[in-house]
Design a protein around this ligand. Structure first.
Ligand code: BGC
Length: 763
């Protein structure tokens, strides 16, 4: 049926983006407390609350004599970040509470991105678990550790949607999909903050970042310009930030990039109209690191001008620039900003401190006894090991190469096999890089006595030493081997000769992804590739254990290597977790949260694309005057949602409770999933929907639901999804949140490509 688009028939709700949550009940006691406190504050002290300097780290006792101590005493600091350890944090808090005029406590932030000292897999890997309960529990665990060590605020979750694997920060988010990203954002906020009242001393404030669109940096080059239509923003990029706001996130970090020609840090539409007026956000907004002073280079004014613009736009806290601290008083005198604006920002910071309970007890966070008991505890590490194993994605497994037999000799080769400092992955500032086991150690631990594990490095990370230097920053060395390429390779060939099977640990170093780690070539680097070729030439079976923080182009590897396990960066317990999966003690169940392209030229490649007026017929490669390439087909190497298991799952046909629904009803879609293989295992059952005819063009499919189920070998389960009118909504050309009557296609399957399809109608 053709869809009729008439105002009267279009079920339209502006609620999501247009109704401020002005219904938020004010806490009168808090308001009174803050009114009273602010009545005593000078303008300088109010501006001081907006200042978030980074101090690096102190040794205990040193803070008292530092320049920062002087600032704290004068009331020129609202919070600090990058200090680790209860004693140090308490030292500094004592200065604020006992030696500043009004004794206002500081808030202590840190990038607790994927765990604290117990590091979980990098966020992209966490997303690959498709398990929101696990993700929430990991955030909870991180909060327990961080809070016991004095941290009250984490700069997480990072929810930037990205479709460009050239961008290094792909590793820090949940991938390409807004629905999955939104579900993860909610889970993480809940995990960190608990019930949002911070009633316990292990519930810390979350900070959703980077608001907004940071993942759409042009050419995948970090910090680069973004530019997109509002309709794309609303439908494809904003949802995870909004989900975090709905989950009650306490703070938001503005992104480095510009939006519509104005850097996010000073973008009033973004920080006030959208975030506060439309979404009803009532926490505070912090800039990113030097985000304010960077607007000088963006070209919108000097430090005084950009600081005033940021405040006027709705930014409350200045991370590192000292723009607020240095210039707002002057701008106020010159009439460029108002006292009201300073008051508003100051109140928001004080409210956060009040809600966290810092006025009642400035030392609420940080407890040596709990820290000793909880941080890096056996219990947390056991959980991290389980999570890491759940995040790995089996990309290929010809002839059941995996799991490995528990006997014989395994040759482990590659620069990442003995790379302790790289195991945690990027952005793991609190974790000790020397604590994780190496992959070789992990394999030996788990292997048992019937297996002989031998190791040869085989190659460095890359031929070019200067590249390896750039890609192993922050002490995450790969101990570059100065022997010749040939010597290294021969050693690996000799090891392989003694082995029954080869495990090649190749891919990226931890800092080849992450901040300021953009790449234009996403292949496995030169010498590593040569090593892999040499291993394949031995004729022995080869398992590629792929370390990566982003989708990489492994088209050649997919063609030639019998088994590929993508292990991302799995955190402190990655090594035993990899061994658990390789030996079959754990059946892999991860699914890709992002498309893996065949080559860099296909980028951006994402599953929820539009159809174009000249789509390529399914299964075709090239047709003249169709939307395609001369030199590669349009398909990804591995589609979004893809991931194999040691067992197999069969999907029955989709059963709909009715083939039509209206805006006052809902239907259900069920499918029987059967474990048809020999192993027990988990499967992520995915629901996609396509709106066949719209007032604006709609994607060829969009993820609208998922459920992770566990099935014993031979077992079947019915999985049921509810299709509600809400699920069918999108932003139309007027940015109204609507659904439109007409035909829809509903798809259920094990990834975005392999689905069963059925139609239904919205009347
Ligand atoms: C990053 C943020 C981070 C901040 C504080 C910035 O460079 O973009 O994600 O939270 O530093 O460390």
């Amino acid at each position: 049926m053709k869809k009729i688009i008439l105002g009267a028939l279009c079920f339209c709700s502006l609620s999501i983006f247009a109704q401020p949550k002005s219904t938020t009940v004010r806490d009168e006691k808090m308001d009174k407390f803050i009114d009273n406190l602010m009545s005593k504050m000078t303008i300088e002290e109010k501006i001081g609350q907006l200042n978030l300097p980074s101090v690096g780290d102190f040794t205990t006792g040193q803070a008292k004599n530092s320049n920062i101590a002087e600032k704290i005493k004068k009331g020129q600091v609202g919070g600090l970040f990058n200090i680790k350890g209860v004693a140090k944090i308490k030292d500094v808090q004592r200065i604020a509470v006992e030696e500043s005029r009004l004794g206002i406590p500081l808030i202590f932030g840190m990038d607790v991105i994927h765990g604290y000292e117990t590091a979980f897999p990098i966020p992209l890997a966490m997303a690959a678990t498709w398990n929101t309960a696990t993700i929430e529990q990991a955030a909870r665990t991180a909060a327990v550790e961080a809070s016991s060590d004095g941290i009250s605020w984490t700069f997480s979750p990072m929810v930037d949607i990205t479709r460009d694997p050239r961008w290094g920060r792909f590793s820090e988010g949940s991938g390409e999909d807004p629905f999955l990203g939104g579900a993860i954002a909610k889970a993480m906020v809940k995990g960190y903050q608990g019930d949002n009242t911070y009633s316990r001393n292990d519930q810390i404030m979350a900070c959703v970042k980077h608001f907004a669109l940071y993942g759409a940096a042009e050419a995948g080059r970090d910090y680069n310009t973004t530019d997109m239509s509002r309709i794309r923003m609303y439908n494809e990029y904003l949802y995870p930030y909004k989900a975090a706001v709905e989950a009650g996130v306490g703070s938001v970090m503005a992104s480095f990039n510009e939006i519509d020609g104005v850097p996010a840090t000073a973008n009033k539409w973004l920080l006030t109209d959208l975030l506060r007026k439309q979404w009803g956000f009532d926490g505070f907004v912090v800039s990113d690191y030097t985000g304010i002073s960077e607007m000088i280079a963006h070209g919108i004014g000097d430090l005084q001008q950009v600081s005033a613009r940021a405040l006027d736009a709705g930014l409350d806290m200045d991370m590192v620039s000292e723009g607020f601290n240095g210039t707002l008083a002057k701008s106020l005198k010159e009439g460029k900003i108002t006292e009201e604006q300073i008051n508003t920002a100051c109140r928001r910071i004080l409210e956060a401190k009040y809600k966290l309970g810092l006025f009642k007890d400035p030392y609420k966070f940080g407890n040596e006894k709990i820290a000793k008991e909880k941080i890096f505890s056996p219990e947390h590490r056991a959980f991290a090991r389980k999570v890491a194993a759940e995040s790995f994605v089996l990309l290929k497994n010809d002839n059941n190469t995996l799991p490995l037999a528990k006997k014989g000799t395994i040759a482990v080769v590659g620069p990442l096999a003995d790379a302790r400092e790289n195991m945690n992955g990027t952005w793991s500032v609190a974790a000790d890089i020397n604590k994780p086991s190496t992959l070789v150690e992990g394999l030996k631990q788990v292997a048992g006595k019937n297996i002989n594990v031998i190791f040869a490095k085989g190659s460095n990370l890359a031929k070019d030493k200067s590249f390896e230097d750039r890609a192993t920053l922050f002490g995450k060395t790969l101990h570059r081997d100065n022997r010749s390429e040939e010597e290294l390779l021969n050693e690996a060939i000799n090891a392989a000769a003694k082995a029954d099977i080869i495990v090649a640990a190749l891919g990226e170093s931890a800092e080849m992804s992450g901040e300021c780690s953009s790449r234009t070539d996403l292949n496995i680097p030169d010498v590593q590739h040569q090593l892999l070729e040499a291993m394949l030439k031995t004729g022995k079976p080869v398992v590629l254990v792929l370390f990566t923080g982003r989708p990489v182009t492994i088209t050649w590897e997919d063609k030639h290597v019998p088994a590929i396990l993508n292990v991302w960066f799995g955190g402190t317990e990655a090594a035993p977790a990899i061994a658990d999966v390789l030996f079959g003690n754990v059946n892999p169940s991860g699914k890709l949260p992002a498309t893996f392209p065949k080559n860099v030229g296909q980028i951006p490649l994402f599953y929820n694309h539009k159809n174009t007026g000249r789509p390529l017929a399914e299964g075709h490669w090239f047709e003249k005057f169709r939307s395609n390439y001369l030199d590669v087909d349009n398909d990804p190497l591995y589609p979004f949602g893809y991931g194999l298991s040691y067992t197999t799952f069969q999907y029955g046909d989709i059963q709909l409770s009715s083939s039509s629904m209206n805006n006052n009803s809902e239907i259900t879609a069920s499918v029987k999933v059967t474990n048809t293989g020999k192993y027990d295992g988990s499967e992520v059952v995915q629901l996609y929907i396509r709106d066949m005819v719209g007032s604006v063009t709609r994607p060829v499919k969009e993820l609208k639901g998922f459920e992770k189920i566990f099935l014993k070998a031979g077992e079947s389960k019915d999985v049921t999804f509810k299709i509600t009118p809400e699920l069918l909504k999108f932003y139309n050309a007027d940015l109204e949140y609507v659904n439109e009557p007409g035909d829809f296609q509903l798809m259920i399957g094990s990834n975005s490509r392999d689905v069963k399809t059925i139609g239904f109608e919205l009347k």
